[in-house]
Design a protein around this ligand. Sequence first.
Ligand SMILES: Cc1ncc(COP(=O)(O)O)c(C=O)c1O
Length: 412
Amino acid sequence: MSVKLPIYFDHAATTPCDPRVVEAMLPYFTEKFGNPGSRNHSFGWESEEGVSLARRQCADLIGADDKEIIFTSGSTEANNLAIKGAAEMYQKAPAGSTGRGHIITVNIEHKAVLDPCKRLEKVGFDVTYLEPERDGLVTAKMVEDAIRDDTILVTIMWANNEIGTINEIPEIGKLCHDRGVVFHTDATQWVGKMPTDVKKDNIDLLSFSGHKMYGPKGVGALYVRRRKPRIRLVAQVEGGGQERGYRSGTLNVTGIVGLGKAAELCKQEMDTERERLLAMRRRLETRLTERLDHVVVNGHADKRLAHITNISFGFIEGESLMMAVKDISVSSGSACTSASLEPSYVLKGIGIGDDLAHSSLRMSLGRFTTDEEVDFAIDKISEAVVKLRELSPLYDMHKEGIDITKIQWQAH
Ligand SMILES: Cc1ncc(COP(=O)(O)O)c(C=O)c1O
């Protein structure tokens, strides 16, 4: 079977909408266009029915009750509402003073968690940024050691978006509940891929997003626990009082219907999909490590999502490799910030040196990835690495036995 180019291996960045999701959404753009807030006519009722079904489908996916789902514009907004909303609600001292409360997070969280935490630091909250080891794993023990009497909130992602590592979320949830601390998890990369039970796992607040699970962009949700304990938040977007007052604004009905359908499909298909993706990811990692030397798979060996792999190819610039395999859409371990190419803060955060961080690629597979695409990628990437190394003076020096980490480079 021939492979259709370009190949998409960047599902951690975003996923295509499943055609079944698009089909479910379509009537809500045209015939069923009512505002669900219109309580006095059939257009409103019909659109409210679509929203109710989606709420049910989302709640079902994560083991929640319908009333615990607050629709947002995505995970960024859900994280902001959870973190700022909980901090303001559970603060220990009034706004404007110092010592308003202690928050625990991790230095390799997504910016949609780190930036709200930084904002809270500026207004009197104290934030601890845990630093995982080289495997990227956040354990309950790390959180336990950091919890203080004034800790009000712990926010830790379920799975990392760059390395796919899965944290000890149920254990951290239990610890937080035992200590009476609110627990939020950014589950953007997790939900829809792995079974989730917010009740059993003691989660108070959980964010997820449509476009990471074959739904549309610009829609997501925050789960807010209503019992044992009942969690309350200070709203961050105020207005018409939609979504139990937590998130005002006319609902994005088409997006919400799509998110609901995507949730339903993920629930039905995630187990078979995960098995398939895991086999493909393993083949990708094994073949590349067999064919090439100086290849390192980053993140925890087993506690990792099935579809994400982050690989460093020694003596190669990730950006050059990306250019050399233009037909395969991947992400590199460098982020373009201003004029310079900074190595990823996630890879640096787990102690990977600048050289290996610069030489890394993140590949993330998805629902429509085929075996042929994986085999094509293995061939193309191995060929490109061999070619680039032939041109690499560093690789030559290494082969001559020179330890390149000890070289004193002269700046002119
Ligand atoms: C872990 C994580 N959190 C948050 C986000 C932001 O999600 P959204 O695009 O829905 O705002 C992303 C997306 O890149 C992510 O991977």
